[in-house]
Ligand binder design. Structure first.
Ligand code: HEC
Length: 167
């Protein structure tokens, strides 16, 4: 029996629609089972907005007299082992809700996004934070934040540009 053309066309449309829905349902089902959907939505940029921006500002510029800038400053702390350790143990970073991997990710993102590499004396960007480094440093206590900061900044200033002494 000859099937009228319109019916064939309509059947094809219905078949395509069902096909797409089935693929979509399968993908979101797999994503939900594997638990990858929330991870796919999370990103260092979002972590910054949710966990750091409230204090450090939309462009990491800080709040004069209260919160230090991270823009053009974080990369300078990253030049020395003491500076890196300070950054990982400062309360806002260390005590955040972020996992070690997320903390590494957000710090590396800030450094890349707001680095201002022209202010770093070394030609290249300092090495990024690794998960191992964050895990090793983050939970070491830091008794006196301001005193530690002063010492780190003094040491950095002796070897090139350093974050400003007061903010
Ligand atoms: C509740 C406010 C607040 C939040 C939220 C916060 N910080 Fe901070 N952050 C500060 C203050 C204040 C300092 C200065 C040191 C201190 O007194 O703790 C600081 C210092 C720092 C420093 C060292 C910079 C310097 O010049 O001394 C880094 C790096 C840093 N924060 C990163 C982060 C990251 C990354 C996040 C998000 C995961 C974050 N902070 C969230 C308030 C905050």
């Amino acid at each position: 029996m000859a099937v009228p053309r319109r019916t064939v066309g309509q059947r094809a449309i219905v078949r395509r629609a069902i096909g797409r829905r089935a693929i979509g349902a399968t993908l979101s089902g797999l994503a939900a089972v594997a638990g990858i959907w929330p991870d796919a939505l999370a990103s260092p940029a979002q972590d910054y907005v949710l966990h750091c921006m409230g204090c450090h500002g939309a462009t990491a510029e800080g709040v004069p007299g209260k919160v230090p800038p991270l823009a053009r400053s974080l990369v300078q702390f990253m030049r020395s082992p003491a500076g890196r350790s300070y950054v990982l143990r400062v309360p806002g970073a260390s005590n955040s809700m972020l996992t070690d991997a997320q903390l590494a990710g957000v710090l590396n993102w800030i450094a890349a996004r707001y680095g201002g590499t022209q202010d770093v004396t070394t030609a290249a960007m300092p090495p990024v934070f690794t998960l191992q480094e964050v895990s090793a440093q983050r939970r070491l206590p830091m008794a006196a934040v301001q005193a530690t900061r002063r010492e780190v900044v003094r040491e950095l200033a002796a070897s090139g540009t350093a974050p400003s002494d007061n903010y």
